[in-house]
Structure formats: C-alpha cells, structure tokens
Design a protein around this ligand. Sequence first.
Ligand SMILES: [Zn+2]
Length: 178
Amino acid sequence: MNKDFLKTIKPQSRGKSDKYAWFIYKYLFEQSKAGALKYYKIMWCRKTQNSVANTEFDNRKENSLTNIYLITDIDGISGVNLSNVIMGKFYEVYFDAINGEDFKDITEWFVKEYVLKGRCLFDSTHTKYFTDAEHRFSILDESNKVCNWCGCAFKKEVEYIPHEKWVINEDQRHQDGR
Ligand SMILES: [Zn+2]
C-alpha cells in the first residue's frame, strides 16, 4: 500500500468516519509514520482462530470480509483483523506460519474497491448499522434515495405480507343451531 491510498481514504473530520472508516485510516497512518506502510498487504485467510472456512475467497460475499487481515511482509506471521480494526481494536493475531494455501493476497482488489465504495464494501445491502452514518443517504423524493458513499440508488417498494387469522364462520353457526 502507498501514501496515495492513505490520502484518498482519509475521513474529512478527525476522529469521525464518513465514507471511509476512521480507524482503518488511523491504523494505516500509524504504520506509515513508522515507515511500514509499503510492507503491508491485505490478505484473506481461510483459517480463522477457531475454525477453517471451507470456502474460497468470494469478493461478492460479505462474510469473506471477516477473514481479512492486514499483514506485514516483514515478519509475515502476525496481522490485525480488519473487522477489529474498524472497531478501533488493533491487537495483533499470530499465525503459526504463513501458508500459501491458507492466504490469498487481495491487496489490489481491496484498495480499488475500498476507494470506490468505502464502508459500503462491508454492507452491500445497506442494512447494517454504522457509526457516523447520518449523512450516508440523500433522500431524492418519497420513493427514491441514493447512497452518498458508493452511489448506489434505491427505490421504495411496499411489501404486503399475508396474515392468517381465525374468524367465526357465520354460515356454520346458523346451520347446526349452536
Ligand atoms: Zn453505499
């Protein structure tokens, strides 16, 4: 990763996320200050601490994003999980060894997608709760809105859900006299 990427993903206000997550910026900024940014890679890991995911990395599925780590080339055995970084938790996770089969370098894909979509990368359905998200949508009219982070447009649809209930059968009551 390079400093241009860092500059692009810097939120407008200090300490506050917008399209981009404050803590991702903060973590990478600290690595940059230490001269380590260029050694960082973004890796998807098949193994989590407790289990092994039997799936391949699928960049269309959000659940893959929970297995994303920022890992340095320098030691190659420790990293921080992105889902923790987003919450401001920068504790390191250690791996037994970096095994090529268990890790996939997704740096290029991630950098491109994160610049484009920001935090929406972690919520393509736009249904999750995010902090500092009060300016996420622009309401165009009563049935249209647009996401200010990734540009995704939404239209309102009304859904009628069938509802079962028991009612007195008036016909039957008259027939047998009860
Ligand atoms: Zn969006």
